[in-house]
Write a new protein. Sequence first.
Length: 258
Amino acid sequence: MNAKLCAALVAVVVLSLLAAGCMGGAETPVSEKKLYIVGIDGDYKPFSYIEADGSAAGFDVESVRWIGEEMGFDVRIQPMAWDGIVTSLVTKKIDMVYSGMTITPERQERVHFTEPYWIVNQAVASRADSVITLDDVLAGKVLMGAQRGSTAADYIQMNLIDTGLLPANNFKQYEGFSLAVTDLENKRVDAVMYDTPIVNEFIMEMGLRKVGIVETNEEYGVAIRKEDTELLALMNEGIHRLQASPKWEELKVKYGLV
């Protein structure tokens, strides 16, 4: 390389560096907000579900996004299998579970919960042409379906199977509640049990028949790792602010929870 060409190249490099320095103020600022990964059940309408375009939606999804804006942090929604979602939280694959999770003693042994933000009971649904009654269900006379890892599955196990009313092979468990409903429609089970708001959604959309309600008075809370005490306090404050804001009633109306 000759001396003139070398000098020209050096001049170009120097000018480029000077230009970059002068334009430094125009660079896109990097967000300094803390990012929390929020685990959800993507098949849990109206609380959390996945739209046809792949985006997450639902009462809980909009709630945590509002809280993030209010409290100054970012969220990334992560749909995952419900049966292993607590394990994913404990092993730090996600930072919280905000998806209609019932506060139970078994779960409290592994994680902490915020203060309750919702109360639900269990509902039983059957096909529209079915004549089974809630008494039939509670007597263990029908083939039952429920989502694996749900409190509905726990109820059936403890109150029907463990008591000898329902043979274990007359109870089928599924990765998602929609799969249980599909088997109900295909007459592989006689009835399905799940949280009342979700059952109501399927009744409206698919013409199922509500057999009855089992009053369990379950409390929903946001699950957080036991060591994340600051996040627990942050979420409790965020939930309080949300419930005190007009947004709370707006979300309840939007998702049919009034």
